[in-house]
Ligand binder design. Sequence first.
Ligand SMILES: [Zn+2]
Length: 389
Amino acid sequence: MTKNQLYSTAVERLNEERLLSLFLELAKINGPSTKEQPVADYLVNVLTELGFTFEFDEAHKNFNGEVGNLIAWREGTDSSIPPLFFSTHMDTVLPTEGLQPVIKDGVIYSDGTTILGADDRAALAAYLEAVRAIIESEVPHGPVELVLTVNEQPGLVGATYMDYSKAKSKVGYIFDSSGDVGQIILKGPFSSRIWMEVEGNAAHIALNAEEGNSAFLIAAEGLLNMNLGTIDKETLANIGIIEGGELTSIIPGSVTVAGEVRSFSKEKMEKQLKHMEEAMQKAAERKGGKVNVRIEKKYSGFDIPKDHILTKTVESAAHNINVKPFLTETLGGADTNVLNENGLTCLTLGNGFQNIHSFRECISVENLINTGRLTVGLIEQWYENHKQA
Ligand SMILES: [Zn+2]
């Protein structure tokens, strides 16, 4: 079988070298969280050239960022097809200034002194090259929208403050996961933080120790009676912050203990938060202290059915580019959680970056190219699934 028989015209049109150099160019643009202006400027040029119209929202004003979320729209050849969006974030977790990419045995790395920024410049580059391939191949297709968020890395902040009235699509995909291309994440967790301010009574060990009641010891007892870690197959709990104390000579009067719970089940998440609160309350009561508890929602869960058109479309599209689709779920959080909660139904797809958030970050050229191919395949398959018979 020749290569031409393997793929559709549009997938065949995807230019691997062009995608690789576009990725390297994008990766070198410095755009850590809240400082995405250079990336936005670059995208504005390319999107204009590709025939997109676009808007920025004002999300960044909520967190002192340089630029808002970018929502870009491109008409298809057939406006009766429901629009399909592709989303990712424009920011990287750390700067990529001075990035020197190194390609070794088909894998792209940095030179070890910066991150690579494959998370998620890989998806950005793939989306742009895919749209170019669709245009050049002249295949019929529906409208495509790009929903590109800012300030994602510190906790989905751009998506949280997004002006959702600017997005015209209702369904889409986010390539932003370490699984190889073919990974389809249908389910993500609910998550909330819990802040417990434990109060005892401060005193000096040499002056008025008898008045002292150590908040640390109250918190310690509470923590010892708390179930943490893997609570069950779909629930995780952690304490990640303990803050308090003034001097080594002072019996500490207060301490803040904070953690978070994640679960595919909202009820289980709430039950676990309650358990953590009660464990700390009981310890405080027994030791004559007090606890003030504050629960802060991080994000809601999502659960896309296996027979949803988004799932069916990506399974077919993966087969069409000769990649094996596999359905999975994650207890990690992503923009996918926030977009789903705000009416943009979507699922997360793997694009195969590895060791993200470290200087060992890498992505195989194969996964990069397959991300582009699958994006083309999705636009084509979406059209096939919706065109009038
Ligand atoms: Zn990411």
